[in-house]
Design a protein around this ligand. Structure first.
Ligand code: MG
Length: 343
């Protein structure tokens, strides 16, 4: 098996602002694994707050030696080796995991959801993210979100109520809120969650800083809306510590090293009575398509990362009338004519 990788920079349609920062680009590294004339594609997306960069991903990937493996179906063996190379680098690890799953699907001539036994018709609607911005831009973004049935609104600043009121001037659509750890006081958080429920908000993601576990557990107990962990969960073994703290978890391939672990997190969370959602970073259609394959089993999906960029080099899983629409292509479901790797 032959691994190749190249850096690429995603250009965002709008500056992306959350409670902690603002930016206009996202560094990614695209990967491919070739085996007996078949190619699997992968991606690492590295928003700066996660601590990875072009430099760290390229350094990590240059240490990976896949030539020592002759059988891509020994996926667990291969990915355990990749995970053992270094402690962090979860996005770089995901880029290999995704390419390997794509390769295996192509060798079997089956889409991943079918290999996993999931029903392609049970995909959820995806939320469409509206970042913190001026009233005028927020209204423009809401109008661009026409076909999406659920909006995801980034809160956690002093203007939260004003932002929701601005949106409610132009639409009555359901809203999922992501506070990105922005609320620091549990009683303040509970008050605003009651207010948000009246505004047809359906769920709350990461209301408070991840280290405030006791306060978040209290909030989850008292809250009229489900509370999901995002910054508060990275990988499978974090589930042990947050059971009872949140109602559910946001699974992201770039945090958890890819599809192998995402699938395990989904199964484990469901087994211990936690809800699940699948989320993303700003990513190309490569990583978004990969994540779409676990979506038939989650309660919420936030897979709009490819819709927020201007220079997507892939064509993959589409959104139809706001719903994730899995296709019948093998592997992760990309059109196999890729400009990026041909140049
Ligand atoms: Mg989030």
């Amino acid at each position: 098996m032959e691994l190749s990788f190249k850096p690429f920079t995603l250009e965002l349609k709008h500056a992306f602002t959350i409670s902690s920062n603002s930016r206009t680009t996202t560094p990614v590294v695209l990967t491919k694994i070739e085996y007996e004339g078949v190619t699997g594609y992968g991606e690492a997306s590295m928003p700066p707050y996660l601590g990875e960069s072009h430099e760290t991903a390229l350094k990590f990937l240059s240490k990976v030696n896949l030539n020592q493996f002759n059988n891509p179906f020994e996926l667990d063996e291969i990915l355990t080796y990749v995970d053992s190379i270094d402690k962090k680098n979860t996005a770089a690890k995901a880029s290999i995991d995704i390419a390997l799953h794509d390769l295996i699907g192509k060798l079997l001539q089956k889409p991943l959801y079918e290999i996993w036994g999931f029903n392609k018709n049970k995909t959820p609607y995806t939320t469409f993210t509206i970042g913190i911005d001026t009233d005028e831009i927020v209204k423009q973004k809401v109008s661009e979100a026409g076909k999406y049935k659920i909006l995801k609104i980034k809160l956690g600043s002093v203007n939260d109520k004003k932002l929701i009121n601005t949106i409610r001037e132009v639409t009555e659509k359901e809203i999922a809120v992501d506070a990105n750890q922005g609320w620091k006081d549990k009683k303040f958080a509970l008050d605003i969650i009651y207010w948000l429920k009246e505004k047809n908000v359906k769920m709350i993601e990461q209301p408070m800083p991840k280290d405030m576990k006791d306060e978040i557990a209290w909030l989850t107990e008292e809250s009229p809306l489900p509370i999901f962990a995002d910054e508060g969960i990275q990988r499978l073994n974090d589930l042990i510590e947050i059971k009872g703290v949140y109602s559910g978890i946001n699974i992201k391939l770039m945090k958890c090293t890819g599809l192998r672990e995402a699938h395990k997190m989904l199964t484990t969370a469901n087994a211990i009575g936690m809800q699940t959602m699948v989320g993303c970073m700003t990513e190309t259609s490569c990583a978004i398509s990969a994540a779409s394959h676990i979506s038939p089993k989650v309660s919420w999906a936030d897979l709009d990362g490819n819709l927020l960029i201007k220079n997507d080099p892939f064509v993959g899983i589409k959104i139809q009338h706001g719903k994730i629409s899995l296709n019948d292509k093998p592997g992760i479901g990309l059109e196999d004519s890729n400009k990026f790797w041909k140049n």
